[in-house]
Design a protein around this ligand. Structure first.
Ligand code: GDP
Length: 323
C-alpha cells in the first residue's frame, strides 16, 4: 500500500453500511478529500459490466471493499444462496475491475468466520483452509475466502499488493437492529431496551449462552483500514486479523447489556436457536507487530452504541422493522 496523498481518489464500496460509513468518517477526519461512493440503487455491484464501467469512469487510486451481504446466524442459515452469490459477485467484480484499471491499493474486508470451526484458538492467519467451516455461515465464509484468494492470486501473478483484513464480530453506530437478521450485540441492545421500556419484561435470547465471541467497535476497524491503506506492508502479510484478542461468553454479554440498558427483569435462553461456533477468538499479533492495536473498550463501545441507538430509535423502528 502507500503513495496515497490526501487528495488521492479513494472509492469506498458499501459506504452506507456500518463498516463503510465508519471508514468514510475516519478518512474525512484524516483529511482525505476525494472520496468516491455510489449507493446500491446507483450501482449494483453484482453487475459486472456496470461495476467495471463505474471503476473505469471514476479512476480511483484506492478501493476499499466494505460492500457485502451480511447478517447474523439466522440470516446466514436462511439465505445461503444470497450470502454465497451476492458476496462472490461483489468481490469478483470489484477486484477484477480494480486490477484491470491498474488500481494498486485495495483493501478487502472479510470476517473471522473464514477460519475452520475446530481450529485452534486464538485463530492465526495461517489456519485458513486447514479444516471444515462452521455450517451456519459457510456460505458467507466460502465467498469471503474466495475474495482473499482472488487478492492473493493477483499479488502472486501480477505483483499487486491487495490486502485482506479479517475483522472479528463488529458492532457500533449504523448497525443492523432488525431482530431477524442482526448479530447478537445489536439484537441484545434492542431486546433489553424494549423489555425495559415495557416494564422489565423477560428477555428471550438464543442458544445456551456458552459460546464465546470477540467484539470490535467499528471505529477501531475503520482506523485499522486506514492504517493498513497508508502503510507499506510486505507481501507475506496480505491477510491480517483485526480484533481485540479478548472474548467473553454470550451470557456475560447479555449481563453487560442488561446492566447498560438498566433492565431488571429475567433472561430466558431459547435452546431451540443455534449456538453456532463455540469460540472464534482472533490472534491479533500480526496486526500489533505491524503497528496497529484496538483502542475502544467493550463496555465504553456498547455504551456509545446504546446512545446512538436511543438517538435513532424511531428511524430504526420504521426502517429496519419493516424489512
Ligand atoms: P455468529 O457470531 O456468526 O454466530 O452470529 P450471531 O452474532 O448472530 O450470534 C452469536 C451468538 O449469540 C450465537 O450463539 C447466538 O445463538 C447468540 N445469540 C443470543 N441471543 C441472540 C440474538 O438475539 N440474536 C442473535 N443474532 N444471536 C443471539
Amino acid at each position: 500500500m502507500s503513495n496515497l496523498t490526501k487528495d488521492s481518489r479513494i472509492y469506498i464500496a458499501g459506504h452506507r453500511g456500518m463498516v463503510g460509513s465508519a471508514i468514510v468518517r475516519k478518512l474525512k477526519k484524516e483529511g482525505y478529500t476525494n472520496l468516491i461512493t455510489a449507493t446500491s440503487s446507483e450501482l449494483d455491484l453484482r453487475n459486472q459490466a456496470d461495476t467495471e464501467d463505474f471503476v473505469k469512469t471514476n479512476r480511483p487510486d484506492a478501493v476499499i471493499i466494505a460492500a457485502a451481504r451480511v447478517g447474523g446466524i439466522l440470516a446466514n442459515n436462511s439465505y445461503p444462496w444470497q450470502f454465497l452469490y451476492d458476496n462472490l459477485m461483489i468481490e469478483a467484480n470489484l477486484i477484477k475491475a480494480a486490477h484491470e484499471c491498474d488500481v494498486n491499493n485495495l483493501v478487502f474486508l472479510g470476517s473471522s468466520c473464514i477460519y475452520p470451526k475446530e481450529a485452534l484458538q486464538p485463530l492465526k492467519e495461517s489456519y485458513l483452509l486447514t479444516g471444515p467451516l462452521e455450517r451456519t455461515n459457510e456460505w458467507y465464509a466460502i465467498a469471503k475466502i474466495s475474495g482473499i484468494k482472488m487478492c492473493q492470486a493477483l499479488n502472486k501473478q501480477y505483483g499487486r499488493s491487495y490486502m485482506s483484513l479479517m475483522p472479528t464480530n463488529l458492532y457500533g453506530p449504523e448497525d443492523n437492529f432488525d431482530l431477524k437478521t442482526s448479530h447478537v450485540l445489536p439484537a441484545m441492545i434492542r431486546k433489553f431496551h424494549e423489555a425495559t421500556e415495557n416494564g422489565n419484561q423477560t428477555v428471550n435470547v438464543w442458544g445456551s449462552g456458552k459460546p464465546m465471541r470477540e467484539f470490535l467497535h467499528v471505529d477501531d476497524l475503520a482506523e485499522a483500514t486506514v492504517f493498513f491503506l497508508e502503510n507499506e506492508i510486505d507481501s507475506e502479510n496480505d491477510l491480517i486479523n483485526i480484533g481485540t484478542g479478548k472474548d467473553i461468553t454470550i451470557k456475560q454479554l447479555a449481563e453487560l447489556i442488561q446492566r447498560i440498558t438498566g433492565h431488571e427483569g429475567e433472561i430466558n435462553w431459547d435452546s431451540s436457536k443455534p449456538d453456532g461456533t463455540m469460540r472464534k477468538l482472533m490472534d491479533v499479533n500480526v496486526a500489533s507487530e505491524l503497528g496497529w492495536t484496538a483502542k475502544i473498550k467493550l463496555e465504553d463501545g456498547i455504551r456509545e452504541t446504546y446512545r446512538w441507538f436511543l438517538e435513532n430509535v424511531e428511524s430504526i423502528k420504521e426502517v429496519k422493522m419493516a424489512d
